[in-house]
Design a protein around this ligand. Structure first.
Ligand code: HEC
Length: 124
């Protein structure tokens, strides 16, 4: 019996390690699922969308080398948590005629928060 219990504990431990990792990386996973097709968080790494390095506190439309729509460039927004949340929820609601297409927004508030919390850590 003791052997069996020890065996179970060993078999179960990788699961616990994975669960702990998944929790810490929830924001990154949410970002990957919703944004990564078009965005990188690495400085200078523009793809279909501009890189999002240091996006909190960055003025809209200013990632070097990215060709923005006039709508984003002239929006006058400096990205903070509230404006990011609005934009990700409904891009056209905050900045009509932007080019962030065919992305139609993340409906779930909790997922948006995870993504924004992840971007706040400003990974590189
Ligand atoms: C289909 C591709 C696509 C997806 C998916 C996408 N974006 Fe974008 N995003 C763009 C494009 C293109 C722009 C530039 C829009 C413009 O110039 O009008 C942009 C612009 C932005 C901006 C403004 C950046 C700046 O420098 O002012 C932010 C912030 C942003 N996206 C965040 C996100 C987040 C967060 C997600 C995931 C929840 C996401 N985007 C998903 C393509 C995408």
């Amino acid at each position: 019996m003791r052997k069996l219990i020890a065996g179970l504990a060993i078999a179960a431990s990788p699961f616990f390690v994975q669960a702990a990792l998944a929790e810490g990386e929830g924001g990154q996973e949410a970002f990957n699922n919703n944004c990564r097709t078009c965005h990188s968080w690495k400085e200078g790494d523009n793809r279909l969308g501009p890189n999002l390095h240091g996006i909190i506190g960055r003025k809209a439309g200013t990632a070097e080398g990215f060709n923005y729509s006039g709508a984003v460039k002239s929006s006058g927004i400096t990205w903070d948590e509230a404006s990011l949340d609005k934009f990700i929820a409904n891009p056209n609601g905050l900045i009509p005629n932007n080019n962030m297409k065919p992305f139609s927004g993340v409906g779930d508030a909790n997922t948006r928060k995870q993504i924004i919390d992840f971007l706040k850590t400003n990974p590189n």
